[in-house]
Design a protein around this ligand. Structure first.
Ligand code: MN
Length: 128
């Protein structure tokens, strides 16, 4: 089973993302702050990280930068999930180290497929 770490401060978004991803057979871990997310990433070594950009304290850009600066964690794909609609934000996410970008509000119809594009293999694989 693949593990996804969700770093998101909004409880409704956490609930929705967890629901959508568990439906697809993923193990979902949560962090409410960037710092918590970094700690959990180091402990759990998730297969993918979904990263909110608007976080209290350390923002998503700083979290992405920290993850990509850590040789133990920099291979984990990061997908930014953010409601920022300003021009240049996608580029800013990618420049900070994110592999991809999903816009809020989350569309329950397409979210799972969008996330899965960033995995090298299909979900439901049994871990060795
Ligand atoms: Mn947020």
């Amino acid at each position: 089973m693949k593990t996804i770490l969700l770093i998101e401060d909004n409880p409704q978004n956490r609930y929705l993302v967890e629901f959508l991803l568990k439906q697809r057979g993923y193990n979902v871990l949560h962090a409410e702050t960037g710092l918590q997310g970094l700690e959990l990433a180091a402990i759990a070594r998730p297969d993918l990280i979904l990263l909110d950009i608007q976080l209290p304290g350390m923002d998503g850009y700083a979290v992405a930068h920290a993850l990509k600066s850590d040789p133990q964690l920099n291979a984990i794909p990061i997908v930014a999930v953010t409601s920022y609609a300003m021009v240049g934000d996608r580029e800013k996410c990618l420049a900070a180290g994110a592999e991809g970008y999903i816009e809020k509000p989350i569309d329950p119809e397409s979210f799972g497929d969008e996330v899965e594009r960033f995995f090298p293999t299909t979900p439901g694989d049994v871990a060795p």
